[in-house]
Ligand binder design. Structure first.
Ligand code: UD1
Ligand code: CA
Length: 449
């Protein structure tokens, strides 16, 4: 059966005390919103509708960066969660199959949990995701009768007895799309907050004789982020899980508690990661590669047998083939390094292609930026780039060529050629001693005056 997603992301998030919309605050290297979209994507939804409000433009731009098929509705003003869902009616009221409501500020719902909710739809018209938190605090409470959910009561509207209930509402809902919009259209705002509560659909469904069920999950999945302290706690929770998963998947982490992962970090079995390594978004490390300590990687691919670091930085578009070696204080950006390339020390490679088994000497720079535009450097196979070579792009160095140390290469180098681009050295016999004697005499004379 088809499924559509409705992701609520209109709220201001005032407790974040921020100009940035809450759902765009980064978590595990990506905007918080992307986590919910990722969990939903596992269901292969036919439509994804994001309800925006505060910072609508920024939020939709970010959602599109994750999934360009996302659609948007704007909720203005924000009159509650049922009102938010109702905004999606023009797009989804006639959508075939189910609809699932997710929250932009609830990042850790697992795809397996959403699958369990869909499975429960076989016996219930509406399925709610519940959980039993250590501290039920101000969550809505689920009032159940056997396997039937009878009502959800918001904390503010609950009696003391109802507040004593520990089974709480996560907010996640799964129902047939048509049913969901029918129910939502009937919700009123006669409650303590004067808001249109999505939770009221439970009672409305029951009144129509529909079966309402619930699925439960671990509290860690429903953790909602309202403050920066909760954001930091969520980050810590994510990292703890990601480290454990990497170890479980056969990755060696020398000091797991010092390694930071992004939502989409992929590391192959038998890869090794040293201490204090940070993975930004979109990194893939193949099996058997080694990332030594203190490296920072984002948007890059490291192949089998490659060794990176310590103290290396791989930026977006860095593509390292098998057995490449990138050493300390080397930065690589938007560059392909073919098999066996060695860039050992103190080097910047940007907007470049380097052919197999080429060696790049210490202190080499691809001068890719002229202050206005970026230009490419192309280096062939088995080339030896001497230390401290400045490659002023656009420039091409042919296969098996060699550049002399300290060269500034502004013209293409043909294959197999030696390129010298530096001033010729002149030695003046005895002049060093004479020069020093003269300088010392000047200093002595000044001292007397
Ligand atoms: C909601 C639930 C509560 C549940 C809790 C779980 C309701 C009425 N209550 O309460 O039972 O225990 O979540 O965290 O649903 N939003 C909009 N537009 C609006 C209002 C909210 O898009 O008009 C979005 C918010 O940006 C947020 C989400 O919906 O992502 C939840 O809204 P919030 O106000 O945080 O609901 P809670 O009071 O936490
Ligand atoms: Ca909330």
């Amino acid at each position: 059966m088809q499924v559509s997603l409705i992701v609520l992301a209109a709220g201001l998030g005032s407790r974040m005390n921020s100009d940035l919309p809450k759902v765009l605050h980064p978590l595990a290297g990506v905007p918080m919103l992307h986590h919910a979209l990722a969990a939903g994507r596992a269901l292969e939804p036919s439509r994804v509708v994001v309800v925006t409000g505060h910072g609508a433009e920024q939020v939709s731009k970010s959602a599109l960066a994750y999934d360009e098929a996302c659609e948007f509705v704007v909720q203005d003003p924000q009159l509650g969660t049922a009102h938010a869902v109702a905004q999606a009616a023009p797009l989804l009221a006639d959508a075939p199959g189910d609809a699932i409501v997710l929250y932009g500020d609830t990042p850790f719902v697992r795809a397996e949990t959403l699958e369990a909710m869909r499975a429960a739809r076989a016996t219930h018209a509406v399925v709610i995701l519940g959980f039993v938190p250590a501290d039920p605090a101000r969550y809505g409470r689920l009032i159940v009768d056997g396997d039937q959910l009878v009502r959800i009561v918001e904390y503010q509207d609950a009696t003391a007895d109802e507040r004593a209930i520990t089974l709480c509402n996560s907010g996640v809902v799964c129902a047939e799309a048509r049913t969901l919009f029918q129910l939502v259209s009937q919700v009123g705002n006669q409650n303590a907050a004067g808001e249109y509560y999505l939770t009221d659909i439970v009672e409305l469904a029951c009144a129509l004789g529909l079966s309402v069920g619930f699925v439960t999950c671990d509290e860690s999945e429903t953790l909602g982020i309202n403050t920066r302290a909760q954001l930091a706690a969520a980050e810590a929770a994510f990292q703890t899980r990601a480290r454990a998963e990497a170890l479980e998947n056969g990755v060696t982490l020398t000091a797991p508690e010092t390694v930071f992962f992004a939502l989409d970090t992929h590391i192959g079995r038998d890869a090794t990661v040293g201490p204090n390594v940070i993975f930004g978004p979109a990194v893939t490390i193949e099996s058997g590669a080694e990332i030594k300590g203190f490296c920072h990687l984002e948007g890059c691919h490291v192949s089998r047998g490659a060794v990176v670091g310590p103290f290396a930085r791989l930026r977006p578009g860095a593509e390292l083939a098998e057995d490449v070696h990138v050493g300390n204080f080397v930065e690589i950006k938007n560059a392909v390094l073919d098999e066996g390339v060695k860039v050992g020390h103190l080097t910047y490679i940007g907007d470049a292609h380097i052919g197999e088994f080429t060696n790049i000497g210490a202190g080499t720079v691809t001068c890719n930026y002229d202050g206005v535009m970026k230009h490419r450097t192309t280096i062939g196979k088995r080339v030896f780039i001497g230390s401290d070579t400045m490659l002023v792009a656009p420039v091409t160095v042919g296969d098996d060529a060699l550049t002399a140390s300290g060269s500034v290469i502004t013209e293409d180098v043909p294959a197999a050629a030696l390129a010298l681009g530096r001033a010729r050295q002149v030695n003046k016999p005895g002049l060093a001693t004479a020069l020093m004697a003269r300088l010392k005499a000047i200093k002595a004379a000044k001292g007397k005056s």
